[in-house]
Design a protein around this ligand. Structure first.
Ligand SMILES: [Zn+2]
Length: 248
């Protein structure tokens, strides 16, 4: 299997894992910056993530134009991915999802913040972007470059941003990292609501979050990825232990 084919296969696996773990349902998507062309990204045609095959994957310019559509219909919200890749050269993978656990935090003043060590990757300050602020009454979908750039600006150098009445964007340095942080973002949201029902919540502080992120290496992502591959019925490719995450 060529390096590119292996990368595309990993993107299919990322879709299947996010579906299996309930982060995405019929909607939501995950992309990969093209391994050989940093000015492009790879994203499925508009299809539910659990159904995606390697033939569904399409290349896009960062502005959202498909390179070779071949009759395939792209996601209406693909602009999110290109805007994040354009703004953040170090970002190599992006997830956009509508996890039900996260939505309550997008429509209230409650602050979504790590309450558990495994969730530190979401960062201490998870802001919420509101499309209404600049774009007024819309159907809430990010369907233009202008909206996507505004969202990417609000994301800044963070790993996660919430979207009011809609969902979230998770950006990172690998598919394993963004899938990991998407799943633990969802878990943190559910746990935080449970904890809040019991009483005052003690969040991880900035020093603890920084310490977790500093000491988290490839091993953590690999251990989770192997487990999630098994649950999603996908083969586990351990070769990426040799990749840029090793030793991190
Ligand atoms: Zn969406």
């Amino acid at each position: 299997m060529s390096a590119l084919t292996a990368a595309l296969d990993e993107l299919v696996t990322a879709n299947r894992i996010l579906a299996r773990e309930g982060v995405v349902d019929s909607f939501g998507h995950v992309s990969l910056r093209h391994p050989d062309r940093p000015d492009r990204y790879v994203l499925s045609r508009a299809r539910a993530p659990d159904c995606i095959e390697i033939e569904d994957l399409m290349e896009f310019a960062l502005g959202g134009t498909p390179i070779d559509p071949a009759g395939r219909t792209p996601y209406a919200e693909r602009f999110i991915h290109g805007a994040v890749y354009a703004a953040r050269p170090a970002v190599l993978a992006v997830v956009h999802h509508h996890s039900p656990s996260v939505i309550p935090f997008t429509v209230t003043a409650a602050r979504l913040s790590p309450i558990m060590h495994m969730c530190a990757g979401i960062g201490t300050s998870v802001p919420t972007w509101d499309s209404r602020t600049r774009f007024g009454d819309t159907n809430l979908l990010v369907t233009t470059e202008d909206m996507a750039r505004d969202l990417a600006d609000a994301l800044g150098d963070r790993s996660v941003i919430l979207m009011r009445g809609h969902g979230a964007v998770v950006a990172g340095a690998s598919l394993r990292e963004v899938v990991f942080n998407s799943i633990y973002l969802q878990l943190n949201a559910a746990l935080q609501m449970q904890a809040h029902a019991l009483g005052e919540v003690i969040f991880l502080n900035e020093g603890e979050v920084a310490a977790v992120r500093r000491t988290r290496g490839a091993f953590t992502f690999e251990r989770a990825w192997e487990h999630w591959c098994r649950r999603a019925g996908r083969s586990y490719d351990a070769r990426s232990m040799e990749g840029p995450l090793a030793g991190g």
